[in-house]
Design a protein around this ligand. Structure first.
Ligand SMILES: Nc1ncnc2c1ncn2[C@@H]1O[C@H](COP(=O)(O)OP(=O)(O)OP(=O)(O)O)[C@@H](O)[C@H]1O
Ligand SMILES: [Mg+2]
Length: 257
C-alpha cells in the first residue's frame, strides 16, 4: 500500500485551475521529486496535501485513511509535515523556541512536557547544524539558517511524510551540498519525502522518482533519467524551441513565410 494516495485532486482559484485532476502514489521511504515551471501549481499542491488550503475536488489517503477534510494540525499529528518556500518562523522567538513549539504541538508521538520538547528540539537543531544558534532570535538568521530552521521545525514534529518546498532556494553551492546530505539522512532515518526544487541537478541526484507538473496538471512521471530525456518536459521548460529554430532558419534564407 502506498503511504500517500492522491486521486483526481483539483484546486480552482476563480477561473484558474492551479491544480488540475492530479493523481499520484507515494511509496513508503521514497524521495519523490516534484518539478515544474514557475506557477505550475507545486506549492498549491503541497498546500492541498497538508490541509493549508481546501481542495475543490479529489481525495487524499494517508496510510489508507481519508485525510481530505482534515486541517493542517490534524494531518501534522498523523505524521505529515512541511517546510515553506518562503520561511515562516516566529520571528520574535528564539531558534530553540521555534523548534520547541513544533515539538510540543506537532505530533502525538512526541512527549508533550516542556523538558522533553526542549530535548527533542536541541537534538534536531544539532542534526541540522543550528545547535550553536539555539538562543539567537529567528529573525537574525541568514537565508541558509532560515531554511535549516524550516527543516528543524518540520523534523521536530517527528513526521513520517515530509514536504520540502524549495529547501535549497537562496543557498550557495556548499550549502546546497550540505542540505542534500541532510535530506538523504532524513530519508535514511525512515521518512518519506516529497521534494520540490528548481535546481534540476539536485532533484535528479536525490529523487527515486520524479513527477512533473505544468499548468496544474501532471505532465510526466518517471525515473530521473526518463524525465531528463522526456521531450514534453523539455518543451514545458524551454517553450516550443523547434518552432523558433524553424523561423530563424527561414529568416537566414531570406524567406518571409
Ligand atoms: N491563493 C491564491 N489565489 C489565487 N491564485 C493563486 C493562489 N495561490 C496560487 N495561485 C496561482 O496558482 C498558480 C500556481 O501557483 P503555485 O504557487 O502553486 O506555483 P508553483 O509551481 O509553486 O510556482 P513557483 O515555482 O514559482 O513556486 C499560479 O498561477 C498562482 O498565481
Ligand atoms: Mg512554489
Amino acid at each position: 500500500m502506498a503511504l500517500l494516495e492522491v486521486r483526481n485532486l483539483s484546486k480552482r482559484f476563480g477561473g484558474l485551475a492551479a491544480v488540475n485532476d492530479v493523481s499520484l502514489d507515494v511509496g513508503q521511504g521514497e524521495i519523490l521529486g516534484l518539478i515544474g515551471p514557475n506557477g505550475a501549481g507545486k506549492t498549491t499542491f503541497v498546500n492541498l496535501l497538508t490541509g493549508a488550503l481546501p481542495s475543490t475536488s479529489g481525495t487524499m489517503l494517508y496510510e489508507g485513511r481519508d485525510v481530505t477534510r482534515l486541517g493542517p494540525h490534524q494531518r501534522c499529528r498523523l505524521g505529515m509535515a512541511r517546510t515553506f518556500q518562503v520561511p515562516q518562523p516566529f520571528g520574535g522567538m528564539t531558534v530553540l523556541e521555534n523548534v520547541m513549539t513544533a515539538a510540543l504541538f506537532g505530533s502525538s508521538r512526541t512527549g508533550r512536557t516542556r523538558n522533553s520538547a526542549e530535548a527533542r528540539a536541541r537534538a534536531v537543531l544539532d542534526d541540522v547544524g543550528l545547535g550553536e544558534a539555539a538562543d539567537d532570535r529567528a529573525v537574525s538568521l541568514t537565508t541558509a539558517g532560515l531554511k535549516r530552521l524550516e527543516l528543524a521545525r518540520c523534523l521536530a514534529t517527528e513526521p513520517s511524510l515530509i514536504f520540502l518546498d524549495e529547501p535549497l532556494g537562496g543557498l550557495n553551492q556548499t550549502e546546497v551540498t550540505e542540505a542534500l546530505d541532510l535530506i538523504r539522512s532524513v530519508r535514511s532515518a525512515g521518512a518519506t519525502i516529497i521534494f520540490i526544487e528548481h535546481i534540476m541537478k539536485a532533484v535528479m541526484a536525490v529523487s527515486d522518482r520524479v513527477v512533473v507538473l505544468a499548468n496544474g496538471a501532471k505532465l510526466a512521471e518517471g525515473t530521473p533519467s526518463d524525465i531528463v530525456a522526456d521531450e514534453q518536459v523539455q518543451l514545458a521548460y524551454l517553450g516550443d524551441v523547434s518552432g523558433a529554430v524553424d523561423r530563424y532558419a527561414r529568416l537566414r534564407e531570406g524567406r518571409t513565410a
